[in-house]
Design a protein around this ligand. Structure first.
Ligand SMILES: NC(=O)C1=CN([C@@H]2O[C@H](COP(=O)(O)OP(=O)(O)OC[C@H]3O[C@@H](n4cnc5c(N)ncnc54)[C@H](O)[C@@H]3O)[C@@H](O)[C@H]2O)[C@H](O)CC1
Ligand SMILES: [K+]
Length: 501
């Protein structure tokens, strides 16, 4: 896991590294700037482009000055610097780097407070105005400059964070932020990069390792964690020689209606392909032919409307409910029955969540350790409207704790909230997976992992990663625009095998 820090903790890690390593703060700035330049060179190899570095007078600006100097040394001759002198204060490391810059032949311009803005025609703008030191929304000169830069069509690359961007906490509504193409950020992604609001001011980010002290970062025990491939490889349990289907558990999938049987099939297929020993689908009679012809390995229990099916709950290691289930009274009665009679963790998704939104008191009966897998709209239907994603994170932590459940909120970076208050961010996955049925597949994957005796937390973390990784393996090599859910389900064993090799 990579612990994700809030800005005050980043400052602590910075100070600890300076004292402990030891390294002077100006040398750490040099290291950060070099790491930035290494990535910049790979991204923008054309040394003929004109580059201007806009610098503030704090440490982000200090980085900018060092970056200009290092770019010049790396044979980018058309690099120049503009310093925004909007404050009387300047950090010591900014001043030290300004001295060093004066020994180069780099063109240097100052923009004074209140002065009219100069025209800007450089091919690439490097933004080193403000970084993680931001403590209020941009106003006055900074806002004017950023507004003007936002009108240009240049490529903008931010140092650490786009100027005006709040790295954690709910961003103030309507705040001015520089719109950047690429952010080269230091040490680790900032938490708000992983939330959808960041899309309006950055297309993508790259992380430059600047060697902050890793054990100190670990010791901060951040609630925000980024899942890595290494974690998944450590969590996955290899199969053993004398294992049999009983070892890998029996999953029951309560899903599907006559017109939404696809959801039940996709969920059951994903469950079987992720390795559950046995999968049974509880479906309407109208879906039997489809199930028997497409998924011969999956067994059936028939739901026929009024009469509740006889389910021997104790036979199952996990019950997943929701995909294409509908929200009628029979479905609700069955969900309530499952909550009462199945006393192990369940997976609750889609229509099952919609029913809970309509009758919130039922949610209190959800078995402890269960996993709910809402997307943003389902989440808000359940827990109320939210003004920002940061607020949603807070609600997740609170509700997961209150109900003793795991909440997996689906998005570009899917987030799992645990009863103990941790939030795990998953980075695998891609836009080709934005198609119908993907959520049903994820539910099947997670149910399968629970059947195979992974804990609820492990099932969320592995499930989110595996689902996204499988989509990446299918889409990336051919730059596919679309990956279908059924195709993804069938490819899971290949991705799993690679992860376990
Ligand atoms: N550990 C690391 O990651 C390293 C980071 N480095 C760089 O340092 C900046 C953070 O620098 P800092 O001096 O703390 O802050 P800024 O340069 O972002 O801001 C300067 C200054 O500006 C004032 N300010 C804040 N908000 C506003 C505002 N809205 N309007 C006007 N002025 C504002 C405030 O006083 C700030 O202190 C980090 O991003 C990295 O780029 C190191 O170089 C290497 C180690
Ligand atoms: K910046």
């Amino acid at each position: 896991m990579i612990p994700l820090l809030i800005s005050s903790q980043i400052r602590e890690a910075d100070a600890f590294t300076i004292e402990q390593e030891p390294v002077t703060s100006v040398d750490l700035m040099e290291r950060a700037s070099k790491a930035f330049v290494d990535i910049f060179i790979k991204e923008f190899p054309d040394q003929d482009k004109s580059i201007v570095v806009y610098c503030g007078t704090g440490n982000n600006g200090g980085d900018g000055l060092a970056i200009a100097r290092l770019l010049k040394r790396a044979h980018y001759p058309k690099v120049s610097v503009k310093i925004a002198r909007f404050s009387d204060k300047a950090s010591p490391d900014f001043k030290a780097n300004l001295e060093k810059l004066k020994h180069t032949r780099i063109k240097l311009l100052e923009i004074n407070a209140g002065a009219p803005l100069q025209e800007e025609s450089s091919d690439i703008i490097i933004d080193a105005l403000l970084g993680t030191g931001l403590n209020k929304p941009l106003q006055g000169d900074y806002a004017r400059l950023v507004d003007a830069l936002n009108q240009l069509n240049s490529t903008i690359v931010a140092v650490d964070v786009p100027t005006g961007f709040f790295t954690d906490g709910a961003p103030p509504a309507g705040a001015t932020v520089l719109k950047t193409g690429l952010v080269i950020t230091f040490q680790q992604p900032k938490i708000n990069f992983l939330l959808p609001e960041s899309a309006s001011c950055m297309d993508r980010f790259k992380v430059a390792d600047i060697g902050l002290n890793k054990s100190f970062i670990e010791s901060l025990d951040s609630p925000y964690q980024l899942i890595s491939k290494k974690d998944i490889r450590q969590l996955l349990k290899p199969r053993k020689s004398f294992d049999h289907k009983g070892t890998y558990g029996h999953a029951l999938i309560i899903a599907g209606q006559q017109l939404t049987m696809g959801a039940a099939l996709l969920c059951s297929s994903a469950c079987a392909h992720t390795g559950a020993g046995l999968t049974t689908a509880c479906i309407p009679e109208s879906g039997l032919t489809a199930l028997n012809t497409t998924l011969a390995e999956v067994m059936a229990i028939v739901r026929d409307g009024k009469n509740q099916p006889e389910i021997k709950w104790e036979k199952f290691n996990v019950v997943a409910a929701g995909p294409g289930l509908g929200t009628d009274a029979d479905s609700l009665a069955l969900l309530e029955k499952a909550f009462k009679e199945f006393n192990k963790p369940m997976v609750v998704d889609a229509d099952a969540l919609n029913m809970l939104a309509q009758k919130p008191e039922v949610l209190k009966n959800i078995p402890k350790g269960s996993i709910i897998t809402p997307h943003m709209k389902e989440f808000d239907r359940l827990f109320g409207e939210h003004q920002s994603w940061w607020q949603r994170l807070e609600t997740m932590r609170q509700k997961a704790n209150e109900l003793g459940i795991y909440i997996l909120l689906k998005n570009r970076y899917t987030i799992t909230g645990t009863p103990s208050g941790k939030l795990y961010f998953n980075a695998t996955g891609n836009p080709a997976m934005a198609s119908g049925g993907m959520g049903d597949v994820l539910t099947g994957v997670i149910a399968s992992l629970l059947a195979q005796k992974y804990t609820s937390g492990e099932a969320c973390i592995i499930g989110a990663y595996l689902h996204g990784k499988t989509g990446d393996e299918l889409a990336m090599p051919h730059l596919l625009n679309t990956v279908l859910a059924g195709q993804l389900a069938k490819h899971i064993p290949v991705t799993l095998a690679k992860l376990m090799s």
